[in-house]
Design a protein around this ligand. Structure first.
Ligand code: NAD
Length: 366
């Protein structure tokens, strides 16, 4: 199977879908890999390293010639979709729940598209779980951003000049990103509390040395382990409870999400108003609108002395290791779809069928 790695074109996207290490692995497994020149440069992987690992380098415009597969991080631009032959396999974060037009374009073109977001979260597919790998990076970076923007030290310091109290950090949403943010903030010495609507996570929060904040709101969990959206009454109760508790914290890191829905609004403007000057909110849900009413996605803003970090695509701020992890997820999926480098799509398989968001053969239609 001949597979191309294009240079990403999304704004601020510094990651790349394969690393030289993974190219070497795929080449040994029978794949032929073409890398668009410059594809890995922003992630710290120069063209030479890909060539040494066995990839062919191609200039833009020539990179898609004769390929049976394209692996990328973000959605393909229109001109790339137009250049793909019918039957080409495409792998990436294709946003199937929020980009219906993009998926329709792939379907029209006959591209067989696999969305990393749609890989079922079953044990057998854990090595392909790119939502988790990238959320891990986001959670880590979110805690570092918070520590960097805060005018307070995170650890307690006992010095000859007296004692500095540790920073108090609140993490809202204790899924993959939230748990990593908790662990990172704890390593930096902060005193951490966390809340999630799925009560099952309380134990995980506590095992990381943080305390679970009881806001008196309990949501439901879907079969896939995701949260269900709260009812308007529950949302209001959550906002009221947070309004009261948030001023106790120096830093709030939010990661709350419900798949395919805009981020739940947890922090109303009134809660920001109640925070002390110098407090910091890092809103890791900014990509889907943000958990704070005052978040401006893509920007860092200040409101009455409170810094609100609404940067989007946070995993791309750590492009080298984010790409390393993502590339391993992509390789695990490719080896599943094309064992030994031979494309053999089996739509009776739960992973292949679950991840396919366009171009499914009619006889395999669900
Ligand atoms: P996510 O990114 O969809 O959401 C992040 C967190 O926000 C979740 O924990 C969710 O409960 C929480 N949330 C939603 N609405 C909220 C609200 N109003 N207030 C506070 N918190 C709110 O979730 P995720 O990080 O991708 O993980 C979801 C679950 O899936 C976790 O339990 C995780 O352990 C599980 N998971 C399972 C597997 C597997 O079995 N292979 C792999 C990865 C993750």
């Amino acid at each position: 199977m001949r597979v191309c790695v294009p240079r990403e074109s999304g704004p601020g996207e510094h990651r790349v879908a394969l690393t030289p290490e993974m190219v070497r692995k795929l080449a040994a497994a029978g794949f032929e890999i073409v890398v668009e020149r410059g594809a890995g440069v922003l992630a710290g992987f120069p063209d030479d390293a890909f060539e040494d690992a066995g990839a062919q380098l191609a200039h833009r415009g020539e990179h898609l010639g004769g390929v049976e597969g394209v692996v990328r991080v973000g959605r393909p631009p229109d001109e790339e979709v137009a250049a793909l032959e019918a039957g080409t396999v495409l792998v990436g974060f294709l946003q199937p729940l929020t980009d219906a037009d993009g998926i329709a374009r792939l379907e029209e073109r006959g591209v067989v598209a696999f969305a990393m977001e749609s890989i079922p979260r079953i044990t057998r597919a854990q090595s392909m779980d790119a939502l988790s790998s990238q959320a891990t990076v986001a959670g880590y970076k979110g805690a570092l951003l918070a520590a960097d923007r805060s005018p307070k030290l995170f650890p307690m310091l006992m010095t000859a000049a007296g004692t500095i109290a540790p920073a108090r950090v609140l993490v809202l949403g204790a899924g993959v990103a939230g748990l990593q943010a908790i662990a990172t903030a704890r390593r930096l010495g902060a005193v951490v509390s966390a809340f999630d609507v799925r009560p099952a996570v309380a134990e995980q929060v506590e095992s990381l040395g943080a305390s679970f904040l009881d806001l008196g709101v309990r949501g439901e969990e879907t079969e896939g382990g995701y949260a269900r959206e709260l009812t308007p009454e529950q949302q209001e109760a959550q906002q009221r409870a947070l309004d009261e508790r948030i001023p106790d914290f120096d830093v709030v890191i939010t990661t709350a999400a419900v798949p395919g829905r805009p981020a739940p609004k947890l922090i109303p403007a009134s809660a920001v108003d109640a925070m002390r000057p110098g407090s910091v909110i890092v809103d890791l849900a900014a990509d889907t609108g943000g958990n704070c009413e005052l978040t401006s996605p893509g920007h860092e803003t200040a409101h009455a002395g409170v810094t609100i970090v609404g940067l989007t695509n946070v995993p791309s701020l750590m492009p080298q290791d984010a790409s390393r992890l993502y590339a391993r997820n992509v390789v695990a999926l490719l080896e599943h779809l094309a064992p030994g480098g031979e494309l053999t799509l089996d739509f009776s398989d739960e992973i292949t069928s679950g991840a396919c968001v366009a171009g499914r053969p009619k006889e395999a239609a669900a």
